[in-house]
Design a protein. Structure first.
Length: 69
């Protein structure tokens, strides 16, 4: 999974120090697992890893929607 995360970072031009990278890796793993499970159940649409894949839902909402937690 770490290799996938590093490839994802290169693809999206994400550069982080090791501490930040380790913190965000947990969210990335959780999101990758969710995507995998969703795609196994659903043949009408598929999810994929996008530029927000290393954010938790709360981080995404606070950063990109203007809403508070």
């Amino acid at each position: 999974m770490w290799n996938l995360y590093e490839r994802w970072q290169r693809y999206h031009n994400v550069s982080l120090d090791l501490n930040e990278k380790q913190r965000l890796f947990k969210a990335f793993m959780d999101n990758a697992r969710y995507i995998h499970q969703f795609n196994k159940r659903n043949d009408t649409c598929k999810l994929c890893l996008n530029e927000f894949a290393d954010l938790t839902n709360d981080e995404f909402v606070c950063t990109y929607t203007g809403l508070l937690e």
